[in-house]
Write a new protein. Structure first.
Length: 154
């Protein structure tokens, strides 16, 4: 059996969702976000994984749902695969809980802001870039102090 890597983590998460109930691809994408806090992955990321899982006999098409969507279900081989990788799945689920909590603490907004900063960097003046650099250094310093329980002294 293959050893999970990054895509393997998604494979394990998808298999664990399908162990609960059969689903079509879009429902899987939505459930990854809802259950695990993963920003909804694109179809381009999920459907190749579903094809790989099907090719390896870990899932099968259970039938067609509304609007002719394929409904996937886990196979016995898929359940065996999950059991064989139970420890990895447990670690992944624990990590996903941390990501969800981080998101609730403002991590989602932080990620959006950082993406926006990267995208607008070419239009920023040198003064804006210097100010951004100062703010990021100060923010990083404050976060590190919070993590070690130090005083912010503002």
């Amino acid at each position: 059996m293959e050893r999970p890597r990054y895509r393997g983590y998604l494979k394990l998460l998808i298999l664990s969702l399908l162990e609960e109930k059969p689903m079509h691809g879009y429902a899987i994408m939505s459930s990854l976000e809802e259950h695990f806090g993963i920003p909804q992955p694109s179809a381009g990321a999920i459907y190749p994984i579903l094809a790989s899982l099907k090719k390896n006999g870990l899932i099968a098409i259970a039938g067609k749902g509304k609007r002719e969507k394929k409904v996937y279900q886990i196979t016995d081989k898929g359940k065996d695969f999950l059991r064989a990788h139970e420890e990895e799945l447990k670690e992944i689920l624990e990590r996903m809980e941390l990501f969800k909590e981080f998101g609730r603490l403002g991590g989602k907004e932080l990620a959006k802001t950082l993406r926006m900063a990267i995208e607008t960097l070419p239009e920023m003046s040198e003064e804006q870039k210097k100010e951004l650099s100062r703010e990021m250094k100060e923010f990083t310093r404050k976060i590190k102090l919070i993590m070690v329980g130090g005083e912010l002294n503002e």
